[in-house]
Design a protein around this ligand. Structure first.
Ligand SMILES: [Zn+2]
Length: 314
């Protein structure tokens, strides 16, 4: 055999120098940066709140809490290699740099972001019923005008309740049919605050009627972090390429699992408990509960939001 080598194959690269456990020498050291960048990008995507979503064949109701549509961003939605689901979101940097995600997966879309209160009731793994939750509403261009027009027409979107129906898989994830229902008065809106207790006893409170701090939700990714995230194709033979070759052999890391584990540990308090605790935050009052129940009846069998669904622990 001649020693003429092409690009090292995955196996030879990984096994050079003995045990495949180890990354050694320059490759090992270079990998540190790649790993940091990849984790950063994955974490940024991971830390985002759940997005409002309508399963095919269902209708879900939500209330917008923003005054007006004000936050737009080019974004990519890619398949999460770990779960096979299309729930890996990342900002696109094409406006000021070559975007590795554009190169790998095609053009990004122009997304409009709003905050909404999702009135879909769901049950946690511990059997607690959650009546509403705050979600990030990502509106694609074809539906943006609907919200912009409404904001222009009535001066504010805040409190606008919409019924979102999705008939087909091909329709928008937030529903193809978005129907305005009514405006929820500010006093009622302010009661959408929920509290729950973590396993360690820590109390968490989410003020669902407050707009997300978008600036802190979306961290500007670097070209390197996006490259690491999508496993782009750097120059053959470069340190980045070698790292990529090696990475392909690895199991995906378990950051996604970490988040789900954290979620699992949350024990939802019911509202009575919260009141006994002397919670100063306002809880949803009877009137609102009745409203929610009416909605539930309309929806027949409320299912837990799919993205909240727990996987059994391994
Ligand atoms: Zn891009």
């Amino acid at each position: 055999m001649t020693m003429r080598s092409k690009r090292p194959t995955k196996k030879t690269a990984a096994k050079k120098g003995g045990s495949r456990l180890f990354h050694r020498g320059d490759e090992g050291r270079n990998r540190v940066d790649t790993e940091i960048e990849r984790q950063k990008a994955a974490r940024a995507s991971n830390n985002q709140p759940f997005r409002f979503y309508v399963p095919v064949g269902e209708t879900r109701t939500m209330i917008i809490v923003d005054e007006k549509p004000d936050v737009f961003m080019y974004e990519h939605n890619t398949k999460n290699p770990r779960t096979g689901k299309w729930n890996l979101f990342t900002p696109c940097i094409k406006e000021w740099d070559n975007c590795p995600v554009c190169e790998e997966h095609g053009d990004s879309y122009y997304a409009m972001f709003l905050t909404c209160i999702d009135l879909t009731e769901f049950e946690t793994s511990s059997g607690q019923v959650v009546k509403f939750s705050r979600k990030l509403l990502c509106v694609k261009p074809s539906q943006q005008k609907k919200f912009i027009r409404r904001a222009e027409k009535v001066g504010s979107l805040r409190g606008s309740m919409f019924e979102c129906t999705r008939d087909k898989q091909m329709e928008s994830a937030i529903g193809g049919d978005i129907e305005f229902m009514e405006v929820i008065p500010e006093a009622r809106l302010r009661k959408y605050v929920r509290s729950w207790k973590g396993n360690d006893g820590t109390k968490h409170t989410e003020t669902c009627h407050e707009v997300f701090d978008y600036e802190s939700l979306f961290e500007e990714p670097t070209r390197e972090s996006l490259m690491a995230l999508v496993g782009g194709t750097p120059t053959p033979g470069s340190a980045a390429q070698t790292a990529k070759d090696l990475e392909e052999e690895e199991e995906p890391d378990d950051e996604w699992e970490d988040e789900e584990d954290e979620e699992e540990e949350e024990v939802w308090e019911d509202e009575e408990d919260a009141e006994e605790d002397g919670d100063e935050e306002e809880e949803v009052d009877e009137e609102d509960e009745e409203d929610e129940e009416e909605l539930d009846e309309e929806e027949e069998e409320p299912e837990p939001a799919p993205r909240r669904r727990r996987r059994p622990r391994k």
